[in-house]
Ligand binder design. Structure first.
Ligand SMILES: *Cc1c(COP(=O)(O)O)cnc(C)c1O
Length: 459
């Protein structure tokens, strides 16, 4: 350890008084500057003590302080280019909102709104009322309410209808969704007792009926979302569960996960369960996400029989899980688009990307190839090839959408390195790596320039 070097380290006060940091102190909260100075000195002290740093360079010290402050003062949430091939990418914020939702957000953000104020009666109103009517019309349900996300929707539904009682669910539906949503854990945290029936691949009606006791509160069905069971399988459909529920006087709750408000098959996509159809089949309560196939902001939607939804709304948890005015504004605007389904593809980004014709993707891919060949320079090979994108967020599992990929390789540079170059661009470009090749999936890219990094790959 170099004691002399340690003694040479300037003190926090000395640095704060120095001319080098004067501009920062006049601009920023002094506590923040002081904290960065302290952290930088500490970093050097540690380096010297551990023998990693053998000389003190004041310029380096100042740069370290400034770099730390830059990290703090620049926005952490940044625009990212999604060329990953996952249209509804949970890590990238799922659905991109429609223009109408953005306008509604803006309006709600910049002034007072009638969030809980009934203008007709000039008195206190109900928060969810701006979307309840729309949700009822679009799903044919008697009632609807909205919470923070679908995980919250499942939590509050179970807690309201089955607290301290048993919830019967097939083993084949005890799912885990990415990002720590595990159905058995949610059931437990809702205060309910999980009663699993059947086996992973096969569950029969008799499995449910023999599990029903006086402790049973409801029958639960979960959409498997991110996986499929194939081969020797058997599942009890919603209709049969509803029949059993009626016989035993038990509500049937379905967690649809993504769900869709309309049949997506006319848009060339495989059929995802339509919320309204599940309601009509007799499900007493259906929950689904607003930011998956629906294409709106993060929220969990609960629709169903009035008597159950009213009880859910009166649960004190509703206060803890309620959505804010911004979410409601964006959700209302998104739902309004569904009143005119023929303009959905044009207006709703999520659906526009999912339904995008492959010829259109190809055109942008060819353009991107030309730009990238120029931008990347010698040594790189850029090819356009056929590939497959996925919907993401547990929607339409096992379903692939034909797409075009721009594949980038280099004789000496590894795919990870190429990926890192694209990620360090502004804005960062997220592709994917497959068999040692860096791929840009063009399904969600509308302008070829968007996938051209602003750095030279040598840098
Ligand atoms: C996605 C999903 C959830 C979680 O929904 P969030 O809106 O992410 O909270 C729950 N259940 C199923 C079946 C899902 O697909």
């Amino acid at each position: 350890m170099d004691k002399k070097l340690l003694r040479e380290l300037p003190s926090v006060d000395e640095l704060l008084r120095s001319a080098e940091l004067k501009d920062l102190l006049s601009d920023l909260n002094p506590c923040i500057v002081k904290d960065s100075v302290r952290a930088a000195i500490e970093w050097f002290r540690k380096g010297i003590t551990e023998g990693r740093i053998r000389g003190l360079n004041r310029t380096d010290l100042i740069r370290r302080i400034r770099d730390r402050l830059t990290v703090l003062t620049e926005p952490g949430l940044r625009r990212v280019v999604n060329a990953s091939g996952t249209v509804l990418h949970t890590n990238l914020g799922r659905a991109v909102l429609c223009r109408e939702a953005v306008d509604a957000l803006n309006l709600a953000a910049t002034g007072p709104v009638n969030l809980e104020f009934d203008l007709a009666r000039a008195g206190r109103g109900e928060r969810d009322s701006v979307v309840e009517g729309l949700l009822r019309s679009l799903t044919s349900a008697e009632a609807a309410c909205v919470v923070n996300n679908n995980a919250a929707a499942v939590l509050i539904t179970l807690n309201t209808l089955a607290d301290k009682k048993e919830v019967v669910i097939s083993r084949g539906e005890l799912i885990e969704i990415g990002g720590s949503f595990r159905l058995p854990e949610i059931i437990e945290k809702s205060g309910c007792v999980l009663r699993e029936v059947g086996t992973t691949n096969r569950t029969h009606p008799s499995d449910y009926t023999s599990a029903i006791t006086e402790d049973t509160a409801l029958l639960f069905k979960a959409h498997r979302s991110n996986y499929e069971i194939v081969g020797f399988t058997s599942e009890v459909g919603l209709k049969d569960m509803v029949k059993m529920g009626r016989t035993h006087g038990l509500p049937v709750v379905e967690d649809l996960g993504s769900g869709s408000l309309i049949d997506l098959s006319p848009f060339g996509m495989e059929k995802e369960p339509v919320v309204g159809e599940r309601v009509q089949m007799g499900a007493d309560v259906v929950t689904f996400s607003a930011d998956k196939l629906l294409g709106g902001p993060q929220a969990g939607i609960i629709v169903g029989k009035r008597r159950f939804v009213d009880r859910i709304r009166r649960n004190p948890l509703k206060r803890a899980l309620r959505v804010d005015k911004l979410t409601l504004a964006a959700l209302e605007a998104t739902l309004r688009l569904y009143l005119r389904p023929e303009c959905l593809v044009a207006r709703l980004p999520a659906l526009r990307f999912l339904a995008r014709p492959v010829e259109d993707i190809d055109k942008v891919a060819q353009e991107a190839k030309r730009l990238l060949v120029d931008r990347l320079g010698p040594g790189y090979t850029v090819e356009v090839e056929e590939g497959e994108s996925v919907v993401g967020s547990g929607s339409l599992p096992g379903y692939a959408l034909p797409t075009r990929l721009v594949a980038i390789t280099h004789e000496h540079v590894k795919a990870e390195r190429i990926s890192a170059v694209f990620l360090s661009s502004t804005p960062p470009i997220l592709g994917r790596i497959n068999r040692e090749r860096f791929l840009l999936d063009m399904r969600t890219i509308e302008r070829a320039e968007d996938v051209c990094p602003d750095l030279s790959p040598a840098g």
